[in-house]
Design a protein around this ligand. Sequence first.
Ligand code: FES
Ligand code: FES
Length: 139
Amino acid sequence: VVAVRHYHEKVIDHYERPRNVGSLPKSDPDVGTGLVGAPACGDVMKLQIRVDESTGKIVDVKFKTFGCGSAIASSSYMTERVRGLHLDEAVKIKNTEIAKELCLPPVKLHCSMLAEDAIMSAVNDYKRKRGGSGSAKQA
Ligand code: FES
Ligand code: FES
């Protein structure tokens, strides 16, 4: 079936060619940095967003993940998913969506959780820098 085949190629692609690997300047006021670790395994994910202040939308995303393949694929998927989104939409993305998209087995659920935590942390960092009303859902 064409749809299924395409789906699998898309998934494997995130493992083989992760998107948006890299860094943004941490001190830039338009950049929010999320740095999170997984207690279960010690893996670490850094996810950075650049936000257009006038629209509140994410215009650029980069990540660096020191972890397993599933964590790397989850970060890669997340960067593509949040680009162009408003901050309020970005923080609503759940790890279960990522896990489903990437066909992660139950033991790898925490890897996708890392991506959910990382985007939340990046958005909070940006809001903290901007000193806005940004009520942090999580520190
Ligand atoms: Fe960390 Fe899986 S336990 S890579
Ligand atoms: Fe720990 Fe994947 S992030 S095994």
